[in-house]
Design a protein around this ligand. Structure first.
Ligand SMILES: Cc1ncc(COP(=O)(O)O)c(C=O)c1O
Length: 415
């Protein structure tokens, strides 16, 4: 890492910022040693001016790249007009956003929130209320079936049904009412569903788990299990949705339509936290005034940005880009299988790769990629998620693949 002095302060840029952050911000993350200070499209620059290709894309929050001109324009226009009203009043941005997002998801209604975890909480509350009021489950007994290896956020209830010990440790007591089954196991799912079950909640592809794709047909089996039991299928498409996999939703790959979509991340265009739950009126209609809400949910700035995101998705352009980039990624990563990569999983412009653990850790590979101008992040020790922005070019993806090949080869030589 090259280090230049700040001409004004005489202090090196990167160490100064790392030091400030480590001293003053809680250590709930362990960032790679790079300080990003500007970005455009698929690329970012660090405090010394070095360029990196962003292959994390804010965990898919940056599907449209950094500072997409259409999204920045929508945000700017709204910033000069109206930003926050609270839901105590109507605003002139929420209605059009809700209508357009409902249309994109082919649902009747939208419940806007801010972060992903809040939207998941919303879906959990919605499923329970629907279970009591529509399905007739006795009060206090509602259960929701979830998948092992899930990641749905960090709130107390959401980590209560996580299977990641690090996410749960010393945060008990946990919220009851969840049953965990192995991801992809239809028989176990069938056994877990009973008269108290109100919903099955799942990521159609587990992002944080390492882009784990269920066996073919699993989503259709979940759909039919839910239909037979008369319960809700709730798809958390916060990371998998909004064009990342080459379709608008990951569920589209199996032509499955869940009862409830949970959306977030890219819905905010990489600018602002925007999340939402969408469903038909026979489901979302159980939410009544005072029973759920958020001061910032559905605010005019969020709605203006979210509506522009929906308009950009409606053309199919970004879904197509994800398909094109995904083919290049799948080919290139496939060649590295067995040459430092123990597993490769791809769906659209989204890949999970498992590094041969005898070669190096996922963290070390990310550090090696960093020195080669590529930003990526490890998960669960040996796994790395590769998710370039959908404004990246084929040449950008080739650059990522070359950096990966070189990083693996350099570790093998050390070997
Ligand atoms: C599938 C899924 N659900 C929920 C969340 C939580 O979103 P947020 O971090 O915005 O609360 C994430 C974040 O990574 C996610 O991947």
């Amino acid at each position: 890492m090259t280090t230049q002095m700040d001409p004004a302060t005489g202090v090196p840029h990167t160490p100064e910022h790392v030091g400030l952050t480590e001293q003053w911000a809680a250590h709930n993350y362990h960032p790679l040693p790079v300080v990003i200070s500007s970005a455009s499209g698929a690329w970012v620059r660090d405090a010394e001016g070095k360029r990196y290709l962003d292959c994390l894309a804010g965990y898919s929050a940056l599907n449209f790249g950094h500072l997409h001109p259409r999204l920045v324009a929508a945000a700017h226009a709204q910033l000069d007009k109206l930003t926050l009203t609270s839901r105590a009043f109507y605003n002139d941005r929420l209605g059009p956003f809700a209508r357009d997002l409902a249309a994109l998801t082919s649902k009747d209604m939208v419940l806007p929130m801010n972060t992903g975890a809040e939207a998941v909480e919303t879906a959990v509350k919605l499923s329970r209320r629907w279970g009591y009021e529509v399905r007739g489950v006795p009060e206090g007994r509602a259960s929701i079936v979830v998948m092992a290896g899930n990641f749905h956020g960090r709130t107390t209830t959401v980590i209560s049904f996580s299977t990641d010990e690090e996410a749960r440790r010393h945060y008990s007591p946990y919220t009851p009412g969840f049953r965990v089954v192995p991801f992809g196991d239809v028989a176990a799912l069938g056994r877990a569903v009973d008269e108290t079950t109100v919903a099955v909640l799942l990521e159609p592809i587990q992002g944080e788990g390492g882009v784990v794709i269920p066996p073919d047909g699993f989503l259709r089996e979940v759909r039919s299990t839910c239909d037979q039991a008369g319960i809700l299928m709730v798809a958390d498409e916060i990371q998998s949705g909004l064009a990342r996999t080459g379709r608008t939703f990951a569920c589209d790959h199996e032509d499955v339509v869940p009862d409830v979509y949970i959306l977030g991340k890219a819905l905010g265009g990489g600018i602002y936290p925007v999340s939402a739950v969408t469903a038909d009126v026979d489901v979302l209609g159980v939410i009544t005034p005072g029973s759920h809400g958020s001061t910032f949910g559905g605010n005019p700035l969020a709605a203006a940005i979210g509506r522009e995101v929906v308009a950009m998705l409606a053309t199919g352009e970004f879904q197509e880009r994800a398909r094109v980039l995904g083919e290049v990624m799948a080919d290139g990563l496939g060649e590295l299988y067995g040459h430092g990569l123990a597993a490769v999983r791809c769906r659209g412009a989204w890949a999970g790769i498992d590094i041969d653990p005898t070669l190096m850790s996922g963290r070390e590979l990310c550090e090696r990629l960093l020195t080669r101008g590529v930003l990526a992040k490890d998960t669960h020790g040996s796994t790395i998620r590769l998710a370039p922005t959908l404004v990246a070019t084929v040449e950008d993806v080739a650059f990522m693949l070359e950096a990966l090949r070189d990083a693996l080869a350099s570790a093998a030589r050390r070997g």
